[in-house]
Design a protein. Structure first.
Length: 244
């Protein structure tokens, strides 16, 4: 999708909120949610499945920490540095929390993990979008970086909300997941507020298009990711609590 020709007459930031899926998109979103809920229930049947879930979270938090450190911090103006440092501290705490939880389940959570190949492909496509859109903004690549960050934090909020709902408040992992969820909700607000500050009113139309493209990339991996998770659940959780 191109940057478009339209010029906004006033700032419209309604694009920051997650849009309600319509039509086929809504059907796909419901399907992905149902498959992932089933996969979560299966993975929780075995310690190996639970360790895989925690490792996936650890890889995600680790990748977020690296993105903040390597991409966002170097290009942040001085007035944003403190905020990025605080965000970085939160994500580092999440890495520690998931690594500790993994060790509690008998895994060595100290190993630095790479995102899986699906996530790496998604990140590469997001990076290409960032470079395509950067010229539309006075703050250049900083805007696509925060737009991608917003979508990633919204995704984390969606994933953790689903997970908390599936396991319920009585589960031993609930305090950890709900604590991280509260932070990710705060990060969504932080990314939204930052985008309102760094995107000029006449640039908001390009932000709208950029966010649509970022979310389209995310959605294009939805079914594949859900099926991969379900297959992992079937393999690791299928034989019940005897699997270790
Ligand atoms: Fe996090
Ligand atoms: Fe976050």
């Amino acid at each position: 999708m191109s940057g478009g020709e339209a010029v906004a007459t006033e700032a419209d930031f309604s694009c920051l909120s997650m849009p309600q899926a319509q039509g086929l998109g809504a059907v796909q979103a419901r399907l992905v949610d149902r498959i992932k809920r089933a996969a979560l229930r299966r993975l929780h049947r075995s310690p190996r499945g639970e360790r895989l879930l925690l490792r996936m979270y650890l890889a995600g938090e680790d990748a977020t920490e690296r993105t903040l450190l390597e991409d966002l911090l170097p290009q942040s103006p001085p007035w944003l540095e403190r905020q990025v440092q605080q965000h970085l501290a939160d994500e580092r705490r999440h890495v520690t929390l998931f690594a500790d939880a993994l060790r509690g389940l008998g895994d060595d959570g100290s190993v630095r993990l790479e995102p899986d190949w699906l996530s790496r492909r998604k990140i590469r496509r997001w990076q290409r979008l960032a470079h395509r859109y950067a010229a539309h903004f006075e703050h250049g690549l900083l805007v696509p970086a925060y737009a991608t960050g917003l979508c990633a934090e919204q995704m984390a909020q969606r994933v953790l909300s689903r997970h908390c709902a599936v396991i319920g408040t009585g589960h031993e992992l609930y305090p950890l997941l709900s604590r991280v969820l509260a932070d990710e909700k705060a990060h969504v607000r932080l990314c939204e507020n930052t985008l309102r500050r760094i995107v000029a009113p006449h640039e908001s139309v390009h932000l709208d298009l950029l966010l649509k493209d970022i979310r389209a990339v995310d959605a294009s991996f939805g079914v594949t990711g859900a099926l991969a998770m379900y297959i992992a659940g079937w393999v690791l959780g299928g034989v019940g609590s005897a699997a270790r």
